[in-house]
Structures are given as C-alpha cells and as structure tokens.
Design a protein around this ligand. Structure first.
Ligand code: UDP
Ligand code: MG
Length: 148
C-alpha cells in the first residue's frame, strides 16, 4: 500500500470544479469515482457558490470573450464542488479524463463526452498546467485546508 495523505505533500496537485450541471444531475460521485479509480486522492474539498468577482478572476484569460457573461451566469447558478486532487501526473491525466472543452466533440468514454451538454455546460473544470494548478488551488483553499 503506497503512502497516502500527509506523507505525500510534495506530490503533484490539480484543482477541479464540479460545475452546476454536474451537481444538478447528481453526477458528483460518478465523476469523482473516475478520478479516484485513476489512482488520485482527494486532499481538499468544499461546496461553494462562486461569486462574480471570483469568477472574473478564475476566468480572467477569457473575460473579454463574448461567451464569458453566459459562462459566469452558468457557473454561479448553483453551488459547485471544488476539490484538490493529488497524484503523479494528475494535472495532465485529469484533463485527459475530462476530454476536450466542447462536450459535443468529446469522445465517449471521457467525462465530458459521456455527461456534458455543450461547450459551456461541460461538467467539470480542471487546471491546465502546473502554474495554473498552483494559482487555482491558492484561489480556493488555504494551505491549512489541504490534507496533502
Ligand atoms: N467556454 C465556453 N465557450 C467557449 C470556450 C469555453 O463557454 O467557446 C467555457 C467552458 O465552460 C470552459 C470554460 O469556458 O470549460 C473555460 O474555457 P477553457 O478554454 O479554459 O476550457 P477548459 O480548460 O475548461 O477545457
Ligand atoms: Mg481552462
């Protein structure tokens, strides 16, 4: 049995957000199960409703795009589950498990391909690089909230 939890604080981490469509369809368990079955640990988690200011910060890279207002409205429409996953190669592997942004183009067998609706309503967010993972984890969690 590999060492878990507090023994693996230096392991790679990523931030995920189970989006409002995932919560509304009661798919949180199904989606988390895919990440856990891939060998990743949940080291932080909370339910929260994303305020407009936080969404503007989180989506700063696309805030000037025409789809940002409907995206922000969707993301703030109900509480979401924000979590930190940990494990070797977790950032790239979780993105692979999600599939491409547009659920309609995502292959079956990926989370977005199986459960997503379209390019906006796509089940789950995940950090896309080591740099964004560090920034996104710090955006949503205090260091003391990570059991890593
Ligand atoms: N999005 C959208 N329309 C687009 C592109 C993106 O509504 O044409 C939304 C979608 O919910 C996506 C989020 O904006 O997940 C962030 O976009 P990004 O390009 O970072 O995609 P992701 O990293 O989530 O695949
Ligand atoms: Mg992204």
């Amino acid at each position: 049995m590999p060492a878990r939890g507090i023994l693996r604080g230096d392991m790679e981490k990523t931030l995920i957000i189970l989006k409002p469509d995932c919560m509304e369809k009661r798919l949180a368990g199904v989606v988390l199960d895919r990440f856990q079955k891939a060998g990743f640990d949940i080291v932080a988690a909370k339910l929260t409703r994303l305020a407009p200011g936080l969404l503007a910060e989180h989506y700063a890279h696309i805030a000037d795009r025409p789809f940002f207002p409907p995206l922000a409205q969707f993301m703030g429409s109900r509480p979401v589950l924000v979590a930190v996953l940990q494990g070797e190669g977790v950032i790239a592997k979780v993105r692979e498990l999600l599939g491409p942004t547009d659920s309609k183009k995502a292959p079956k067998g990926t989370i977005r391909g199986d459960f997503g609706t379209d390019v906006t309503v796509n089940v789950c967010h995940a950090s896309d690089s080591p740099e964004s993972a560090v920034a996104e984890i710090a955006r949503f969690f205090l260091p003391s909230e990570l059991f890593a």
